[in-house]
Design a protein around this ligand. Structure first.
Ligand SMILES: O=C(O)CCC(=O)C(=O)O
Ligand SMILES: [Fe+2]
Length: 491
């Protein structure tokens, strides 16, 4: 199944698909219009000749002018029909149809609708702005109605009401819709009822019983959680969940530039480092900057060159596939709104550029990459995000048994992002802006091997722009004598 919206790279294919389709439909319309013209002309010609000439039909047809006209118009109508039958437009139609094989599916439209809902809520954009004002791309009532429906289906009732009200407003101005105000009002009424009487998502009761905050966090979009407050309050979990979400939202909003940043002034420190005398860094020292102190998050500027980044994207493109997360209830890998992106794995042997990247990662971290995972490249989609999570992956999986948890994360930004898309740490208030070519590094595990709760992090929804990153997850095994002193200050 082709899904476009979850990767901006894949979205670009829609431009040529659109062009092909509009050419195809244009050609088909020209054929239909020609046929329409022939038929109309024939019909008009026939109608001009009276059906009830005079009392004397013979006299009527014996007039040479009338005779000529009658025969000529009948011939013309016959030719028109013949031409249409001969042309067999079903063939023209199948030519158009073959161009529409790769059109986006309903799921794509719903995905983008949900992205618009999320972006509007999170970045608090005025709905008129979000729906395009009066521009040539302004949404029509059917489109805003669809977004309202998607909001309702996803239990985001407050947004549903907003989009439906906008639809009513648009219907006042737009006569070109088959939608009736009554239909819109009906859904609007049911949204108000549902707000009071909402069905709960599957698996929630179990997570409430086991007080599994992580599972609960995964179950909701940031806004959806407000619908659940009653249940959370009963389980005495509302404070913790609320805080996690609101910190995340506040940080994303601030990092998106729509509000003054609440970040405490960073003790900026920047230096050139040779990684304690690493020969590869002596002549080309890394530009290291301290982004955050507790936990320690370091950024390395200009780690990769433009050329290296292009090569990495090139290698990933054919492999990009929807990123999945583990279902908190079943443990199965599923694709959800928690993570809207496509990703690909690149192994060291695949290309020298991957090996070179891994070497650079080893150099800056001073860690052994023997047990590290392959490089994971991700391209985010429309409203693309990854909600708060830990990378540590401390679990009983045989893969992790062997390697131990993910001791460190190296996150390389392969693009800048125009608006949105920051990497935020809600438990400590850190927000990292994507900066093309730079890498950020932090330890997920404390020295005793347990998860460092300060490293909860998220990728904020991309508002405008295409976001590419590469992740390298480094595991415990092999680092026994390696953990770098500067990084280990985070304990
Ligand atoms: O893209 C980002 O900013 C963070 C990505 C991330 O946290 C992950 O893929 O685990
Ligand atoms: Fe992560």
């Amino acid at each position: 199944m082709n899904e476009f919206y979850s990767s901006t790279d894949h979205m670009t294919r829609l431009i040529s698909i659109k062009q092909d389709l509009s050419e195809g439909i244009g050609e088909y319309v020209a054929v239909l219009e020609k046929q329409m013209f022939l038929l109309r002309r024939a019909l008009l010609g026939l109608d001009r000749i009276s059906n009830h000439p005079s009392e004397d039909p013979e006299k009527f047809v014996s007039n040479p002018l009338t005779a000529y006209k009658l025969i000529s118009q009948l011939r013309r109508a016959g030719d028109a029909l013949e031409e249409i039958i001969r042309r067999n437009i079903s063939q023209d139609l199948s030519a158009v149809e073959s161009k529409s094989q790769v059109l986006p599916a309903d799921a794509d439209l719903d995905g983008v609708a949900l992205a618009m809902i999320r972006l509007q809520e999170l970045y608090q954009v005025d709905l008129k702005t979000m729906s395009g004002f009066e521009s040539s791309l302004a949404l029509d009532p059917d489109e805003t109605f669809h977004i309202g429906q998607v909001a309702q289906q996803n239990r985001r009732f407050r947004s549903a009401a907003l989009w439906l009200q906008e639809t009513l407003r648009k219907l006042d101005e737009d006569a070109g819709s088959l939608l009736t105000k009554h239909q819109v009002q009906q859904l609007l009424d049911s949204v108000s009822v549902q707000t009071e009487n909402k069905p709960l998502p599957l698996g929630i009761n179990q997570s409430l019983l086991t007080r599994d905050v992580e599972a609960l966090l995964q179950m909701f979009d940031a806004d959806g959680v407000s619908e659940l407050m009653e249940e959370l309050e009963r389980a005495d979990l509302s404070a913790v969940i609320n805080q996690k979400f609101s910190e995340y939202q506040t940080l994303c909003r601030a990092a998106g530039g729509t509000q003054p940043t609440p970040l405490r002034a960073k003790k900026l420190s920047c230096r050139y480092t040779t990684g304690g005398g690493n020969p590869r860094l002596i002549y080309a020292p890394a530009k290291e900057e301290e982004e955050w102190d507790q936990p320690l998050i370091l950024r390395y500027h200009n780690l990769l060159s433009e050329r290296e980044m292009n090569l990495i994207k090139q290698l990933s493109r054919p492999k990009l596939d929807r990123a999945k997360v583990s279902d908190p209830v079943s443990g199965e890998k599923i694709s959800t709104m928690v993570r809207v992106s496509k990703s690909a794995w690149l192994s060291e042997g695949e290309s020298p550029v991957v090996a070179r990247t891994n070497q650079k990662i080893a150099d800056i971290t001073g860690l052994d990459l023997e047990t590290a995972e392959d490089l994971q490249v991700a391209n985010y989609g429309i409203g693309g995000q990854y909600e708060p999570h830990y990378d540590s992956a401390v679990n009983n999986d045989s893969y992790f048994q062997l390697r131990g948890g993910r001791i460190a994360t190296v996150l390389i930004y392969l693009s800048d992002v125009e608006v949105g898309g920051a990497t935020v740490f809600p438990n400590v208030g850190a927000a990292l802006q994507p900066e093309k070519g730079s890498a950020v590094v932090w330890f997920n595990l404390l020295k005793n091997g347990s998860e460092d709760s300060r490293t909860l992090h998220a990728a904020c929804p991309v508002f405008i722009g295409s976001k590419w990153v590469a992740n390298k997850w480094i595991h415990i095994r092999g680092q026994e004598f390696r953990r770098r002193c500067s990084l280990s200050r985070s304990d």
